[in-house]
Design a protein around this ligand. Structure first.
Ligand SMILES: [Zn+2]
Length: 102
């Protein structure tokens, strides 16, 4: 089995300092396949045995929240724009042409 660490983990030492795992340069998250360390890290909130469920760093969580907020704002603006266009159509107004010169 292999376990996967959060992206901000570069190395880990368990027990005596001689037993260390490091992230390989150029790799993404640190991965460990080690019968000694796996049972000790499997319930650690910074590690996961599932590569699709690697815990996020606080920065990554923040970035995702920002992105979700931006998506929500964009979606709300689009819905408001559609509602205005629908209201214009119901009144019989011609929808404003976008980008046309006046
Ligand atoms: Zn180990």
């Amino acid at each position: 089995m292999t376990i996967y660490g959060r992206s901000d983990i570069d190395s880990i030492s368990i027990g005596d300092a001689d037993h260390t795992h490091e992230r390989k340069k150029g790799d993404g998250n640190i991965t460990i396949t080690c019968a000694f360390c796996e049972p000790r890290l499997i319930n650690d909130p910074m590690w996961s045995s599932n590569p699709r469920e690697i815990p996020l760093t606080p920065d990554e969580v923040h970035d995702i929240e920002d992105a979700q907020n931006n998506i929500s704002r964009f979606e709300a603006m689009r819905i408001a724009e559609d509602a205005r266009a629908a209201a214009d159509m119901l009144r019989g107004d011609t929808p404003k042409a976008r980008g046309s010169a006046r």
